[in-house]
Design a protein. Structure first.
Length: 74
């Protein structure tokens, strides 16, 4: 990773490429997303405990809707 490149930028670049390739092959973006989740869990399982992974996924589920967190505003 080069200086100034964030982990998000690295992953996003590959996700966009995967979506483009899948789109060209007629594979829906939802299918790509489901496979990305499965791969993320596979990677996390090699380094983290199931309860930790569960908590992270639960956090993502609980925050699916955009919320206005007034208490976090400056």
């Amino acid at each position: 990773m080069s200086a100034g490149t964030s982990p998000w930028e690295v992953v996003n670049r590959h996700v966009e490429a995967a979506l483009a390739e899948a789109g060209a092959a007629g594979i829906p973006a939802e299918t790509v997303a489901s496979n990305l989740i499965a791969e993320a869990v596979r990677i996390l399982k090699t380094r983290r405990q199931p309860d930790d992974i569960r908590a992270e996924l639960q956090f993502a589920i609980e925050n699916l809707q955009e919320r206005d967190y007034e208490f976090m505003r400056p």
